[in-house]
Write a protein that binds this ligand. Sequence first.
Ligand code: FES
Length: 109
Amino acid sequence: MSAVEFVRVLPLTDLPDGERVFLELDGQAVVLLHLAGKLFAVGDVCTHDNAPLGDGEVQDGQVICPRHGARFDLSSGKAVRLPAVRPIPTYAVRVSEDGWIEISRTPKE
Ligand code: FES
């Protein structure tokens, strides 16, 4: 099994709780969110009809697609409300000893 490769993104101090940032990871649009002390990195494209997802409202650990209201669990990526049925990719996130947020280069399996 190969080791997961992490990419340094930004210092944790630059992403206060409640904020989110958009980035590209190997050509994939990703949104990184800081919510109630936890960090989540998920794909920024809704699997229903490819709308940008990252601007969506977040409730109960789920992001809501602004276009048609599908909901995705931020931890698992699972689609939990129609019209989406396929999951979004999720990425492992960690904070380095020197305070940088790092994201896995490839989505979790
Ligand atoms: S594009 Fe997201 S629910 Fe339709």
